[in-house]
Design a protein around this ligand. Structure first.
Ligand code: ZN
Length: 291
């Protein structure tokens, strides 16, 4: 059984054909230009593999409609990537493929990849947070993706401002929401560095980063009572950051939650992802498999 996988990002689309075990047989990287150009190359890639697809999984940048019951299922909403505004994957892919097509956010894709093959294996309720160019949070409660009117936007929540922080934030919509204060670009602008990872290990910027991420994680734990919280993304590659985030989350919770996992096993409760390189594409395969 072959599964088609599309990991749709702002700069590139990664496409692959793999099996249900996540073994990849063919892969292509296509630049993100316009929907017409990029998607034609995507379709050509799948047709070129000559493999009959049992299903297709799309893990895409958002915001997008992920409710299979909705008329706009698969449609990208308002996005700074103007060419992609209101583009809908579904009718486009339907022209060439008759198999089931699962479409979800890139963050939920990564989350379900971790569920299938990574740090969330065997769990029913967990969160997956990514801290990079943006901040996104996905995950499941009782085996179902967190969803209401649409997918949640937990990267844009409001957290208390650190007393020593005078930075205005970089979110184009809210300025100092979590993403505005703690994303990679916010660190670049705040500390005038080319990459967040350029900040020296002992720099106060890391304490500040851990303060915001750890506070947000404490809020998520209070809201969803997850069995585990996985935090990935480029910024989390900084050595020592996950430990600081655990400390802050525990400090914020202040002993209020009595679960053994939180009180005594925080190092296996708030964790880094297990999937490395192909995480995004594996997530898209897992989406298709579990649709
Ligand atoms: Zn925001």
């Amino acid at each position: 059984m072959w599964i088609g996988a599309i990991e749709a990002g702002g700069t590139k689309f990664v496409c692959a054909v793999g099996n249900e075990k996540g073994k990849i047989a063919a892969k292509a990287v296509i630049p993100t230009t316009t929907p017409a150009k990029t998607m034609k190359q995507v379709v050509d890639f799948f047709l070129g593999t000559k493999k009959k697809l049992a299903s297709i999984g799309v893990a895409s940048f958002g915001p997008l409609d992920i409710n299979p019951e909705s008329k706009q299922y698969g449609q990208i909403a308002v996005t700074p990537k103007l060419a992609w505004q209101k583009f809908n994957y579904l009718p486009f892919l339907r022209k060439s493929f008759s198999c089931p097509i699962a479409i979800n956010t890139d963050v939920n894709g990564a989350a379900i990849g971790e569920l299938e093959w990574g740090a969330a294996k065997g769990l029913k309720s967990f969160l997956y947070m990514t801290v990079g160019t943006g901040i996104g949070v996905g995950g499941m409660v009782m085996g179902k993706f967190i969803m209401g009117l649409s997918h949640s936007e937990m990267g844009h929540i409001f957290v208390p401002i650190h007393p020593k922080d005078r930075f205005k934030g970089v979110c184009p919509i809210h300025k100092n929401c979590l993403e505005g204060l703690a994303s990679g670009p916010s660190m670049m602008k705040r500390w005038k560095v080319a990459s967040a990872l350029d900040l020296p290990p002992k720099h106060f910027g890391w304490d500040l980063e851990a303060f915001y991420i750890g506070t947000a994680v404490a809020n998520y734990i209070l809201c969803f009572s997850p069995e585990r919280v996985i935090i990935g993304g480029g910024v989390m590659k900084k050595e020592g950051l996950i430990e600081k985030v655990r400390e802050v989350a525990l400090h914020m919770l202040n002993g209020y939650l009595h679960e053994d996992e939180i009180l005594h096993h925080i190092d296996r409760y708030i964790v880094l992802p297990k999937l490395k390189g192909d995480a995004g594409i594996l997530g898209a395969i897992a989406l298709a498999k579990n649709f």
